[in-house]
Write a protein that binds this ligand. Structure first.
Ligand code: ADP
Ligand code: MG
Length: 476
């Protein structure tokens, strides 16, 4: 009967049994026990004497214990009713009957005890099963607790993971947005790429055209390079030839100058300052630019004869008349400037009385056609030096300016204290070069520098102070 009972009622039965093992009985059971204790002692005694119960306490306890179960109550009820009914019916003297009743009752009890014992055994088995089950459940419980602990740990992990997941979700959302953006950009870029690809194809086509053009150009470049190389060689040869030609020209030029005469004297006749262009006493032959005749009327010493016209003929390397221009004069001088540039020493000076036109000839006026020998020579020097520089010649120019006044040398480029002017002497060095001691030598590189020095020299001239004519020797 108990083995087939579902698990939950067994559990409640266990609880009832656990109470009994502690010595406490449920309230109804305790009341019944007290009721039995109140029964008359004779009856018990009699029963004991007929069939003495082996474990009367156990019997009582068992009877009380089985009360809660419905089955036990049903089993016990008829026997009790039978006992009470039999006792009440028998007369007092029917002892035998009473004994028989009691025996029946005892038998019933014994049967009852047997069944209760059986039930007890069942219950014990059930209890042990329940205990086993309890142990199992406890074990299960422990296992579950352990599992719960693990689950809690897992839960913590999962919470962390959840946080991470939320973060990741946010990141994913952000990435999704970025992805969307990038997808749009990608589309734009794809369009751009397509456009660029088409451009690239065009460029490649152009490139292939240009490559073929380039290869043609490279061929022609190669040819040109060869040509250039040949030309360079030719130029080098020609330069050499030019150099040799230049040297030859210098030699020949110098030979011509020497043939013309190392010392040449030119005569220039200035016009009359009154404006009258006829100079009656000077005659210049029309077909000879080297001759000059001075005509003079000589009076008779005796007074008896008529005054006679006397002519004095002069010949020069060149005679320049009153109408000769500054450029005509310089044509002759420029050949000497060329000789100086060719490396020969040249000296040019003007000689004549005051007012004869020396300054006019050497310096001239401000206007270009009035320029005299010096500015024209300076211009020629730098111009020719530049032209020859392109042919590989290098020139360096040094200027000095000396005045000889009353046989005293004066440095016209002196810039120091006028009271402390040094003294100068003309000396010849071992190379036969003429030098002047303590003279200012100034490096010049262009026309303007030379003109500035000329201005300085004019300020330093003695004649600027005395008005006395001087002979100037410009050394260039
Ligand atoms: P010098 O220097 O010999 O004392 P200048 O050169 O000062 O003489 O000349 C005196 C004047 O004559 C100046 O006014 C100058 O301009 C003038 N003169 C000189 N030669 C000529 C010339 N060839 N043509 C025109 N005028 C001249
Ligand atoms: Mg003068």
């Amino acid at each position: 009967m108990f083995t087939n009972t579902p698990r939950l009622p067994v559990m409640s039965g266990k609880r009832a049994l656990t109470s009994s093992s502690d010595g406490e009985l449920p309230q109804p059971a305790q009341k019944k026990m007290r009721k039995q204790e109140q029964e008359p002692p004779q009856k018990l005694k009699l029963a004991t004497s007929v069939v003495p119960p082996r474990h009367p306490v156990v019997l009582k306890a068992t009877v009380k214990q089985i009360r809660p179960t419905g089955a036990a109550t049903v089993a016990g009820a008829p026997s009790r009713a039978t006992i009470s009914t039999g006792a009440s019916r028998r007369p007092g003297w029917d002892l035998k009957g009473k004994i028989s009743d009691l025996e029946t009752k005892v038998q019933n009890y014994q049967t009852r005890i047997k069944s209760v014992n059986q039930e007890n055994e069942c219950l014990k088995a059930s209890v042990s099963k329940a205990q086993k089950r309890t142990a199992e459940i406890e074990e299960e419980n422990n296992r579950l607790k352990k599992r719960l602990g693990q689950c809690e740990e897992e839960l913590v992990t999962l919470v962390t993971i959840k946080g991470d997941l939320e973060k990741t979700t946010e990141e994913r959302d952000g990435l999704k947005k970025d992805f969307k953006k990038l997808t749009e950009e990608h589309k734009v870029l794809e369009g751009l790429r397509d456009h660029l690809e088409s451009e690239l194809r065009n460029v490649q086509t152009q490139l292939s055209i240009q490559t073929s053009g380039l290869s043609r150009c490279q061929d022609s470049l190669k040819e040109s390079q060869e040509m250039v190389q040949n030309l360079e060689e030719t130029v080098a040869h020609q330069r050499e030839d030019l150099h040799l030609g230049e040297m030859e020209r210098r030699k020949l030029h110098n030979t011509i100058q020497e043939l013309k005469g190392n010392i040449r004297v030119f005569c220039r006749v200035r016009p009359l300052l009154s404006g009258n262009s006829d100079i009656l006493h000077i005659q210049l032959p029309a077909n000879d630019n080297k001759a000059l005749t001075l005509a003079k009327m000589e009076e008779s010493h005796t007074g008896r004869t008529v005054d006679t016209q006397k002519s004095y003929n002069f010949s020069f390397d060149r005679v320049f008349g009153p109408r000769s221009s500054q450029s005509e004069v310089f044509e002759e001088i420029s050949q000497l400037v060329q000789s100086a540039l060719d490396g020969y020493n040249v000296c040019c000076f003007a000689y004549g009385p005051t007012g004869s036109g020396k300054t006019f000839t050497m310096e001239g006026g401000e206007e270009g056609d009035k320029w005299g020998v010096i500015p024209r020579a300076v211009r020629q020097i730098f111009k020719t030096a530049k032209g020859l520089g392109e042919q590989g010649w290098q020139y360096s120019f040094t200027a000095s300016f000396v005045e000889i006044y009353n046989e005293t040398l004066r440095d016209l480029l002196y810039r120091g204290n006028p009271k402390k002017r040094p003294e100068h002497e003309i000396r010849k060095n071992p190379n036969n070069e003429i030098t002047v001691t303590n003279l200012t030598y100034q490096k010049v590189t262009n026309e303007d520098e030379v003109h500035n020095l000329i201005m300085l020299a004019n300020q330093n001239r003695s004649t600027a102070q005395t008005g006395i004519p001087t002979l100037r020797v410009p050394i260039l």
